[in-house]
Every structure is written in structure tokens, then in C-alpha cells.
Write a protein that binds this ligand. Structure first.
Ligand SMILES: O=C(O)CCC(=O)C(=O)O
Ligand SMILES: [Fe+2]
Length: 288
């Protein structure tokens, strides 16, 4: 992690903790601190066991998953992420996000996709354990999808050479799919998390700015996308490099962020989603 520019926005500080998975038991308050904007993010090194990393790279980096891969940003120059499983976000092909019916069908395939990648191993339990530990051991899991089924716990992502995730924030509770999220969950905040299973040769860093999605007059391009060049010039930022097995949780509901273009020959492979707390602060919910 490096903060290239001292922030001149003391009310939007960029503060990250960088821990090894063995250390996180000593920090049971980190999820709440992020939720309450006291901390921007936490990096958990070696959070995902090596056997799971290897299985994910073998499957996601090969071509056995074929038709399971989707291209939700098809037609977006430089932004054509590949995914397995839908996310509750706007995409280039669905600006208001997936319909509830589409999302529910995709979430219903999550277990089968996960078996195709990991066999009998339990990646979701491994992630739930890390997130729960950061929340004082309280239960962590995907919420019910009201109307039937559950939210998918995460989706799978590949950024091929040259591809990036453009500047955005992730406070998307206004999308129609969120009508199916239980009311007991707190929508005043949202954190992102993801696990890197394969880092690219270069590029692909997460860049987090000290601009919040709720700030007035953000720098916009005529295309109505955020003006990344203006952010690079005038805002403070943190650049975070993640290796295989590292997990990050950060305040993606507030902070504008992006993933720099992948350089080199191999794709950047991650799996991840979002999380929030219930209003009563008794459990953590994570979903894609
Ligand atoms: O790199 C990823 O998988 C996602 C990055 C991102 O925008 C997020 O985690 O909110
Ligand atoms: Fe994001």
C-alpha cells in the first residue's frame, strides 16, 4: 500500500491496515470501524489457503469452465471483465443491474459453479471464517433472497491483459434486485471484499481515492463516467497491490475506486462481493 499524495480531505482519510491472517484475531472491530468510516480498508495476507488458490487458478485460468463465463460489460472498450455469476451492480449491458429473476437464477447456479472450480473443498466457509473473525466472531453468510433462495456469496472475475475496472463506487442499493434483500440488513453502508487468486505480472492494482460517491460535484466526463485523470491529478489516493491468497475488505460504498489495467500475459483472477451488517449488529451478510 502506498499513499502517493497526502490527502487534503481530513474528513475522508485513506487509512488501511495490512495484516497477516494469523494476526486478525487480535482485531475483532475492523468491520465495524470500516462500516462507521473510521478505517478505509484492511488487507488480510494469506487469507485464502494455498490449496484453494491452486484449485481456483487451475479452473479459472484454464478453459474447462467454457460456457459458465459471461461478459457483462460486452462492448465497453477496455472494460470487458469476464465473470461467472452475476453481481448486484450496473453493467454495460444492464445499466440498472440484473433483473431480480435473472439474479436469482444466477445465484441458484452458484453452488454448481463452485463445485466445478473447487470440487469438494469449502471456499465459502473459508471466506466466512475470515469475515466473521473481523467481526468479533459473529455469524457471517449470504442473506436470504426474499421470494426464494439465497443471494450468491460471491462471483468469479477475470481481467484479461489490457482490461481494467473503471472508476466507480458500489453503493447500489437503489437497483431493483435489492428489493429482495432482507429489511433487517443495514443499507446505510456497504463494504466490498475480494480474494486475489492470481495476480497479474503487472498492473491490476486497486486504487482508492479520497472522493466519496456522496460528495457534491465529483469530476465527471461528458460521457457521465467519473473523470479518472482529474482524480489522479487533484485527489489523494492509495494504491494497493495484492498477491495470490490475499483478501481485502474496503469501504467501496463510500470511496470511489478502480482497478488499473492488467499488464503482461496472464489474467488477473479474483472472487468477491459485498458485505453489510444487520441493523442490530449481530451478524454479517455477504453477497455478490
Ligand atoms: O477486483 C475485483 O474483483 C473488484 C474490485 C472492486 O471494484 C471492488 O471490490 O469493489
Ligand atoms: Fe468496486
Amino acid at each position: 500500500m502506498s499513499a502517493e499524495k497526502p490527502t487534503d480531505r481530513p474528513d475522508h482519510p485513506l487509512t488501511f491496515l495490512d495484516l497477516d491472517v494469523e494476526q486478525i484475531g487480535a482485531h475483532p472491530d475492523l468491520i465495524e470501524r470500516m462500516f462507521d468510516a473510521q478505517l478505509t480498508g484492511v488487507i488480510v495476507r494469506r487469507a485464502f489457503p494455498e490449496t484453494l488458490v491452486k484449485a481456483a487458478v487451475a479452473a479459472m485460468g484454464g478453459d474447462a469452465l467454457g460456457e459458465r463465463w459471461d461478459s457483462p460489460n460486452k462492448g465497453m472498450p477496455g472494460g470487458e471483465i469476464r465473470t461467472i455469476g452475476d453481481a448486484a451492480t450496473p453493467t454495460f449491458t444492464a445499466m440498472r443491474g440484473p433483473s431480480p429473476e435473472r439474479y436469482a437464477a444466477s445465484a441458484g447456479r452458484h453452488a454448481d459453479n463452485t463445485r466445478a472450480i473447487f470440487g469438494d473443498a469449502r471456499p465459502t466457509a473459508a471466506i466466512a471464517e475470515v469475515l466473521s473473525t473481523l467481526y468479533a466472531g459473529r455469524p457471517a453468510g449470504p442473506p436470504d433472497f426474499e421470494g426464494g433462495g439465497r443471494w450468491a456469496p460471491y462471483n468469479y472475475r477475470a481481467l484479461d491483459p489490457g482490461v481494467q475496472i473503471y472508476t466507480h463506487h458500489d453503493n447500489h442499493y437503489g437497483l431493483s434486485v435489492y428489493a429482495h434483500m432482507p429489511k433487517a440488513l443495514d443499507r446505510s453502508g456497504l463494504l466490498s471484499w475480494f480474494v486475489t487468486v492470481q495476480a497479474p505480472e503487472a498492473g491490476g492494482e486497486l486504487v482508492v481515492y479520497d472522493l466519496w460517491g456522496s460528495d457534491p460535484n465529483p469530476p465527471m466526463l461528458p460521457t457521465r463516467f467519473l473523470d479518472t485523470a482529474a482524480l489522479e491529478r487533484d485527489w489523494g489516493k492509495a494504491t494497493i497491490t495484492l498477491g495470490a491468497g490475499d483478501l481485502i475488505v474496503f469501504d467501496a460504498g463510500r470511496h470511489v475506486h478502480r482497478v488499473r489495467p492488467v499488464e503482461g500475459a496472464r489474467p488477473r483472477l479474483t472472487l468477491g462481493g459485498f458485505l453489510t451488517l444487520d441493523v442490530d449488529r449481530t451478524r454479517l451478510a455477504f453477497w455478490s
